[in-house]
Ligand binder design. Structure first.
Ligand code: HEC
Length: 121
């Protein structure tokens, strides 16, 4: 009886990681790079965002609301990222992101897991 469970885990875990990348490509990558050393785009580089202070890409000129949050000591973690993506402007009124979050909780979690594995800018 163990085999189907193991087969499920082997097949499902890499699929979940790939899914986060696919969601990111479809909804975020137009504005956000994740590769180290990538040129600044319309949005900050999100490589290494998990664990980084809010407004923490040194190459990006952030809105006052994100600068203030970073100066106040706020840091991104996966849970905060998931909450942010429910409604980004509700968390940071005056945000300049110009994009909605993600409607599905599974997509939000997948993107947060994907970003948690990327290195800094
Ligand atoms: C239309 C362009 C655009 C899209 C699409 C977009 N963003 Fe952004 N994002 C921005 C901009 C611009 C900022 C900086 C906002 C500011 O300074 O107020 C930002 C900021 C952020 C931040 C804060 C980064 C930091 O360093 O503190 C996170 C996290 C983020 N975006 C995640 C996402 C995710 C995840 C997606 C996809 C679901 C996404 N964004 C889609 C433009 C975009």
């Amino acid at each position: 009886m163990r085999r189907p469970l193991i087969a499920f885990l082997v097949l499902a875990l890499p699929a979940a990681a790939a899914e986060g990348e696919a969601v990111f490509r479809g909804h975020c990558a137009n504005c956000h790079a994740v590769a180290a050393g990538a040129p600044v785009g319309p949005g900050p580089n999100l490589g290494g965002v998990v664990g980084r202070k809010v407004g923490g890409d040194p190459g990006f000129d952030y809105s006052p609301v994100l600068q203030a949050a970073g100066e106040a000591g706020q840091r991104w973690d996966a849970a905060m990222l998931e909450r942010f993506l429910v409604d980004p402007e509700a968390m940071f009124p005056g945000l300049w992101m110009g994009a909605n979050g993600l409607r599905g909780a599974a997509d939000r979690a997948a993107v947060a897991r994907y970003l948690a594995k990327r290195r800094g800018p």
